[in-house]
Design a protein around this ligand. Structure first.
Ligand SMILES: Cc1ncc(COP(=O)(O)O)c(C=O)c1O
Length: 394
């Protein structure tokens, strides 16, 4: 076995550990990535980083990208290098992985409601400016304050508003004002502002309608901000937005930063929401793919690839899209397999052929993999561990 096939085989079997996988992958080519494998096209990924950073700079709006999309400190470092204020995270393990990866300005966008998690968040606040947490209840505030007090730190917090997503967040207006006023009384919490994530707006199809839904939702957050300001409470941050509304929310007076996530990768679901000038959302380029191999070709009308529900998240109705193979369709065929058929003049892929697919939904697909192969053309430039993949770190 030569060095190249040793590396490929080692990575495939998990024999090459995380530390080694973090190294650039010398001489491993795109064609040698074990399948099913998760790859990011670096040229497109870097273009997406630039597009978002340039847009926010021009719009005079900050951005703190959501690391729930990638769970990967290496990607977070590149986002910060592109101008981001830090990153958002959805879980405490994500926060821990980002801080361990050297990222500051980490905003935990999900509320915590138990002592163990509150203690872990407080522990990250030992360094000033490292972490901030969203909360939507007095119980959450009690827990965070107690955890922060126990280790003599002060934790920055945002009040999370339900601006229409109906998931987390307190009702905007007087209930939110009351909670914010309550938060200012804790000794070990520092109220920094508000969060309003309008998830229902991000995937609204059609730019005009998306714009309307987002403006309507964020108006409730802005109104809450104004009420607080009038009550003498400074609201330094109003965080919201998403990839679908990145060019809408910065024009809403009062929004200070965006929580954009999927823009670095994109996916089939996001592409179909439509852009300002067409039915496909092309502001950002699809950079994330799963590479597969045709492992069975025993039928005249179909072939089978080695990627099923364990290779693609299946939470959305969209199907994986074969890259550069118009007319090839994918259908799930269980945990390990997918069936490819063809329409029109397209020809069926051959046994052993490698086919790359755009993923239906990027965040939960990344969560299925331990590593991302970062490719430029035929070269694998690096292998990035999906370090925050596990939901518990202890
Ligand atoms: C709280 C929060 N903020 C921001 C985002 C980023 O959204 P997107 O990937 O649509 O940019 C998400 C995504 O689910 C989210 O849950």
């Amino acid at each position: 076995m030569n060095r190249r096939s040793f590396l490929a085989a080692g990575i495939a079997t998990g024999f090459v550990g995380h530390a080694a996988a973090d190294e650039p992958a010398p001489r491993l080519t795109r064609a040698e990535i074990p399948t099913p494998g998760l790859i990011v096209d670096l040229d497109r990924f870097e273009a997406n980083l630039r597009t978002m950073a340039d847009h926010c700079r021009r719009a005079g709006c900050g951005f703190r990208p959501h690391a729930k999309t990638h769970k990967c400190p290496e990607i977070a470092r590149r986002q910060v290098a592109s101008g981001a204020l830090g990153v958002c995270v959805a879980t405490v393990p994500e926060a821990e992985a980002m801080v361990a990866g050297g990222i500051r300005g980490v905003l935990l966008t999900s509320p915590v409601a138990d002592r163990g998690k509150a203690e872990r968040v407080a522990a990250l606040a030992r360094t000033e400016g490292q972490v901030m947490a969203a909360l939507d209840s007095t119980r959450g505030a009690d827990l965070l304050d107690a955890a922060a007090r126990a280790i003599s730190v002060r934790l920055d917090v945002l009040v999370d508003l339900d601006v229409g997503s109906r998931r987390t967040g307190i009702t905007p207006g007087p209930p939110a004002v009351e909670l914010a006023q309550h938060v200012t009384r804790y000794r070990n919490l520092r109220f920094r502002g508000l969060q309003g994530y309008a998830g229902h707006a991000s995937h609204t199809t059609g730019f005009a309608e998306r714009s309307r839904v987002s403006r309507e939702s964020m108006a409730r957050a802005v109104e809450t901000k104004d009420l607080l300001t009038r009550a003498g409470i400074e609201v330094a941050i109003l965080s919201g937005g998403s990839t679908g509304t990145y060019n809408i929310d910065p024009t809403i007076a009062g929004v200070t930063e965006l929580q954009v996530g999927s823009y670095i990768f994109m996916d089939v679901e996001y592409r179909r929401i439509g852009g300002q000038s067409g039915a496909v959302y092309t502001d950002f380029q699809p950079s994330l793919m799963v590479v597969t191999t045709v492992v069975s070709a025993t039928h005249a009308d179909r072939v089978t690839v080695d990627a099923g529900t364990k290779a693609f998240a299946t939470d959305v109705p969209d199907r994986p899209e074969a890259v550069g193979r118009p007319g090839v369709t994918y259908q799930r065929a269980g945990d390990e397999f997918g069936i490819l058929r063809v329409t029109g003049d397209a020809t069926l892929p051959r046994l052993g052929e490698r086919i790359e697919f755009l993923v239906p939904h990027c965040d939960p697909t990344v969560n299925l993999y331990d590593r991302i192969y970062a490719v430029r053309g035929e070269r694998v430039e690096a292998i990035w561990p999906v370090a925050a993949r596990r939901e518990t770190t202890r």
